[in-house]
Design a protein around this ligand. Structure first.
Ligand SMILES: Cc1cc2nc3c(=O)[nH]c(=O)nc-3n(C[C@H](O)[C@H](O)[C@H](O)COP(=O)(O)OP(=O)(O)OC[C@H]3O[C@@H](n4cnc5c(N)ncnc54)[C@H](O)[C@@H]3O)c2cc1C
Length: 307
């Protein structure tokens, strides 16, 4: 392959946002390269992606394989299994991209669809085994699969902890909040939760006892054992290294929560550089949202070129 091949659009990231954009751009007859890191994607622990109409419950690998079969049928989008290491402004317009397999490419426009990285608590024994199954980051994704079980909501602030009794009642009638020691307003939050038939327990989670990923007990640093079958635990997130680098080298703008800022056309503050999917939003994450954002970005890229 010509390492300096030219593309109308280079898409970095082959999840729902990137692949949906690739399909739309292909149908608009753009020459597109999708660069997808061979590392497992963020949702690889998922046993089935839910809320995706037409693909309900398909595994992340099945979703991607199906998407590539559809793209390959058009024969216009290329797939490169590599990580993009850098994106720079080309002297004659467009962008130069370099990849970790030593290759490079030029794109008239670039779409960043790199998702986000969950920062897992590395020192909690059992977290990895339960993650995606009984330790869940989002009730909309796998709440159904955890319905009727005893839940703990890991909360580090009183406003969130206070929602434990009500917000997740669609899935469980037995929900408590688990907060770090010393959380502000803990006493009044506990009182309010108890009045609603719930509770607040303060303590540092050190171990999750489980059978093959099926959680049954949460152990705190002081030795307290909580009988819980499901933990709703949304770890903090960060941008992938490439995006973090571009905030310095290209001045790519993030909002105060660390997500990329884009306009209604999904263009970042760097003209010609677009972004779609989880990397742009804290509260509207999810496979369908990302796919929708990818489609919107493709439309904007197409019209920016033709109008
Ligand atoms: C355990 C788990 C279960 C989930 N279950 C559901 C569910 O049931 N329903 C639902 O709607 N949502 C679910 N989600 C959320 C959903 O997976 C994401 O919201 C969605 O995948 C976001 O799509 P995206 O395209 O923005 O990013 P991603 O799907 O994260 O894709 C980004 C891709 O970019 C690649 N990448 C990153 N950096 C580079 C680089 N430098 N070069 C090349 N490639 C790069 C990554 O490897 C990744 O494959 C789940 C998430 C997790 C963690």
């Amino acid at each position: 392959m010509n390492p300096f091949a030219h593309y109308d659009t280079v898409i970095v990231g082959g999840g729902p946002a990137g692949l949906t954009a690739a399909l739309a751009l292909t149908r608009y007859r753009h020459r597109t390269l999708v660069v997808e890191s061979p590392a497992p994607p963020r949702n690889h622990a998922s046993r089935g992606v839910h809320g995706m109409i037409g693909l309900e419950g398909a595994t992340p690998a099945e979703v991607r394989a199906r998407a590539w079969a559809e793209l390959d049928a058009y024969g216009l989008a290329e797939h490169r299994a590599a990580a993009a290491e850098d994106v720079t402004l080309a002297a004659d317009g467009g962008f130069h991209l370099t990849f970790d397999d030593g290759s490079a490419a030029w794109g008239r426009t670039v779409l960043l669809a790199t998702g986000v990285v969950d920062i897992h608590p590395v020192d909690v024994d059992g977290f990895a085994a339960c993650w995606g199954r009984t330790v869940i980051h989002c009730p909309f994704c796998v709440g159904w699969e955890n319905a009727g079980r005893t839940w703990g909501v890991v909360a580090d602030n009183p406003a969130y902890a206070a929602t434990a009794a009500g917000a997740f009642s669609a899935w469980s009638a037995d929900v408590i909040a688990i907060a770090p020691p010393g959380m502000e307003r803990a006493a009044e939050t506990r009182q309010a939760l108890r009045a609603a038939g719930s509770d607040l327990v303060e303590g540092e989670i050190v171990r999750l006892h489980h059978r093959a990923g099926d959680l049954h007990t949460v152990e705190l640093a002081d030795g307290t054992l909580l009988a819980r079958q499901t933990l709703l635990w949304s770890p903090p997130q960060q941008q992938v290294p490439l995006v973090t680098r571009l905030t310095t080298t290209l001045g790519l703008a993030l909002n105060e929560d660390g997500f990329l800022t884009v306009g209604a056309d999904r263009q970042t503050n760097v003209p010609g550089l677009y972004a779609a999917g989880d990397l742009t939003t804290q509260w509207e994450q999810g496979a369908m949202n990302a796919a929708g954002a990818g489609a919107a970005a493709a439309d904007a890229i197409h019209f920016a070129r033709t109008l």
